[in-house]
Design a protein around this ligand. Sequence first.
Ligand code: 0RQ
Length: 511
Amino acid sequence: SSESRINSFIKSKLMSAEDVAQKFPEQITIGASGFTPAGYPKVIPSAFAQRIKNSKNPENFSINLYTGASTGDELDGVLARTGRMKLRIPYQSHPDLRKLINEGKLNFIDMHLSHVGRYIREGIFPPIDVAIIEACDVTPDGRIYLTNSSGMSGTYLSLAKDIYIELNQAHPLEMKGLHDIYLPELHTGRPINIDYVDDRIGTPYVRVNPERIKGIVLTDKFDSSKGFKQPDDASFKIANNILDFILHEVEYGRIPKKLLPFQSGVGNVANAVLACIARDKRFNSIEMYTEVIQDSIFDLLDSDKLRFASTTALTFSAQGQIRFFKEINELKSKFILRPMEISNNPEVIRRMGLITMNTALEADIYGNVNSTHVLGSSMMNGIGGSGDFTRNAYISIFMAPSIAKGGKISAFVPMVSHVDHNEHSVQVMVSEQGLADLRAKTPKQRAKLIIDKCVHPMYKDQLNDYFQHAQRVSFAQHTPHDLKQALSWHVRLQETGSMHPDHQQSQQPTS
Ligand code: 0RQ
């Protein structure tokens, strides 16, 4: 119960969010808990935003915000709206932040999540003044038990000058034990001894000197995850194409019968793929080594197909959260939450041999993938962990519905307007139209496959025309391009609102 949680140490540190906010320096670097709206602080940031708003000189304030990944409105939203955020790393998905970034008013550094810890520990980024960490319990000897995410919390707790805890009593104390906290050493590069998804190598808590904890604020709020769109027809087709491919690889002995662990990215499409595995009779037991678990995990649990899931965040809708808490005692044996320096660690990913599935905004005929930038310049969310997983995967899969915005955009283009994952790391490309296995193919073979298998019928001729034309006019024949036309689809989208030359037709895609 909440009564038993408030031990004498917690009692001695209790403060209001407003009092905490008063203690913050005006120029502040915050290291906050939170990863893909899971386990982020929910009341102290609002109080700090209010302090700035009430101030006679709001322009004196400046905020650098470091997190694990994206967070909710109660952190990213309220601080963005102060207008005083100056630096944000390493991933975000909040509309107000995105707007500031794309207006050029906020410095956002989009980076591989596995690099964040080192950059901060080595002083490449400004040092952390305060850590604001959501926890479900704190002991007098300084053990901090985290909530729905591990993310960067361990690192921020070890580095911050001052620590403030949001003790979230909505979380049952049974959450204790889910986490496995272990941080890699900085320079020695000693092995991280994880061979299997369920290996534990650390502690279920983060340990700090209790004197560094300057205040504890009580809360009882759920994470504000948006929830997901119901998987649509295109997502199910993408999923089925992937599942057929995996079984094909099993048949050829390239994937063992008991399969390999899966990583699955953020968003609607990724969520749908897992829902499909749950429904597919050909799959009966799967493991996950990933960074985000979404509501689709319940489909796997209901079909009794989840053997084990290792993640750094549990991103649930309110309904999913209620269910997780209700069943926590049974579920605990199937989950580990790891720091993102471990969940995304290239060494561990490479050793375990993962099947990784991430979503592209667009891909080009040679297999380069853009996951982050609309029209080459407008930041969507960030690369997040997709690069950590893709580059080190056993099999790296990229998925995308073949068209977006009702057909005004083709996900498959002559040349991507920005590259996050290059042709060397992308092994399989899949849309609802089909799947292209790009391994051991030349650039021209890849182009042919992508055009044949993945492109929407309304763009197929157009893309094939480009490829043929490129081979005629290209400066060289290894990776043929017409540099004058390579980005013409994007230019057309910008100028006419559609990549399709027949603008009328593109308003009504045929399928
Ligand atoms: O916009 O909702 O306004 O229609 O982009 O697209 O199809 O709903 O896909 O939710 O799976 O997100 C790449 C953004 C996909 C995500 C991305 C528009 C489309 C829609 C979203 P609307 P969907 P998803 C681990 C892995 C990078 C980080 C990553 C992402 C909206 O998966 O951020 O993988 N990935 N991390 O209409 C313009 C195009 C478009 C386009 C789609 N070519 N141009 N708009 N859209 N294609 C997790 C972490 O790292 C934390």
